[in-house]
Write a protein that binds this ligand. Sequence first.
Ligand code: FAD
Ligand code: NAP
Length: 543
Amino acid sequence: MTSTAAERPVDVLVVGAGFAGMYGVYRAVKAGMSVVGIEAGDDVGGTWYWNRYPGARCDVESIDYSYSFDADLQNEWVWTERYATQPEILRYAQHVAERFDLKRHYRFETRVEFAHYDDATSTWLVGTDTGERYRAHFVVFATGSLSAPNKPDIPGVDDFAGEVLYTAQWPKEGVSLAGKRVGLIGTGSSGIQSTPLIAEEAGSLTVFQRSPNYSVPAFNRPLTDEEQVRIRAEYPERRKKCLYSSSAGPFEAYPKSAYEVDEAEREAAFEERWKAGGVLFGKTFDNQTIDPVINEMARQFAERKVRAIVKDPQVADDLFPTDHPLGTKRICTDSGYFEAFNRDNVKLVNLRREPITSITATGIETDQATYELDTLIFATGFDAMTGALTRIDIRGSNGLDIKHAWADGPVTYLGIGIPGFPNLFSITGPGSPSVLANMILAAEQQIDWLFDLFAFLEENDIVAIEAKAESAEAWIQHVDEAARQTLFVKANSWYNGSNISGKRRLFMPYIGGFGNYRIKCDEEQAQGYPNFELTKASVPATV
Ligand code: FAD
Ligand code: NAP
């Protein structure tokens, strides 16, 4: 490729230095392609770089929530706990970057502002906020499904004069909350994980809850030396189980149907899963998120657990969800969340009974009371799955704007290709299992598929590839139909965009299973990519 002086030519431009982007850069180097990575943060880690709030840790066991592509890395890295903390996961990301010498390919503290496709050359002009310009043959957006923080549109949201914090952009240098009157808005996983630690440190904590969430204790603990040995011996088999599983994890549901067993056995199965900790409880029995009767059994079990912890019955009523089936929003994984509400310095404000009227310079006003605060924490989630992409000025073939193309919801083929946007790929994007799977393994699967595709394009002298519009429409319909067969559609969640005002309500992740999705991707590859438009080079592409 040639290019104008101001434009740096590159085979692949990867946006994002989270686990997906880092693996993309690794694969590009391995494939002998020139690559540049662009990252807004000043280091690698993505989610684990930004979300440094107290209590942040993974909710998929670390031995599973880690790269599988390199056996030495897998065997040498030691996870100290079942669910690693954010600092440990960030250290792991940094270790991987150093081990495979990835950082030298990245431009940090650099945000991609635009990506414009040039039909004549089948290349992308990518511009950053630092004024750099790249001319890329392929652009891989590994920008994250949960990376565009949501600032709530509460009246007076900018008026608070005290300290304002976002869990999703927690200051690197840390924060002292000692003795402070802290207000926390949001009771998703971030709010639920941070509540117990904030409660321990702050003078007082007022939790403003719009919707309660199901949460299961992590039962986190250090991994013993014997477990470390066993993990390494079992790793190959454990990873193999993930490959064609429903959510890229090694666990299976209870071997009998919830209807087949008597009450005592059912209770024992729930108890065992509860004690296993976290999100797995949501899949104790097959069909638990499909069949409302089985779901209700699980719900009632969880309710008994919560009521046994929370001393004030009114607070317990407020904390337990009644507005959606269990597991149809991401189940939270906590360490002492419900217990925190038994503390004298913690108060729950149920915004369904007592809505916020405004945020003021000194605190929060509801229609019933005034809460004076020193620190206000927003744990208000993300413009999930599409936000990171639609916040960039992306224009595809003939200037098609991604915001326009996705005005009625994201349209992708397999979550990777977008009609109208040739040579552009999204990783763990809408229409892929992404957030419903162990996301590191999900990213590895897509990146591996993508680099096989790049090799195919090279071998066949193809300069442009674009998902066919009719294939993408059919795929998105399939994604929607798969969701409709479950109880997930009964919840207002970020899975379907209902957490963001004005966003089209559409279930975005593919719920048909990680294994089934892998099979579809493999078939697409084996058949020579029939759902993509392939353009052969008539003359060599010049830039
Ligand atoms: P990210 O890690 O989000 O990285 C994307 C990167 O792209 C970011 O660093 C961002 O700065 C950068 N970026 C975005 N836009 C631009 C731009 N325009 N220019 C330059 N850079 C840009 N998943 C699990 O499977 N298990 C878990 O236990 C789990 N825990 C989580 C805990 C939290 C607090 C959160 C928020 C999410 C969690 N997730 C979990 C989901 C998590 O996002 C994924 O597991 C994974 O880390 C995503 O990696 P990624 O590389 O796809 O995206
Ligand atoms: P979230 O689940 O979307 O929760 C956001 C919270 O903010 C919700 O309680 C929401 O209430 C509330 N909120 C938003 N706008 C509000 C407003 N205007 N007024 C009052 N409340 C408002 O976001 P999250 O907690 O950051 O989690 C997002 C996802 O990231 C999780 O589901 C999970 O996949 C991942 N995550 C994982 C972990 C982990 O355990 N490893 C930790 C954190 C995050 P409503 O529900 O009423 O909208």
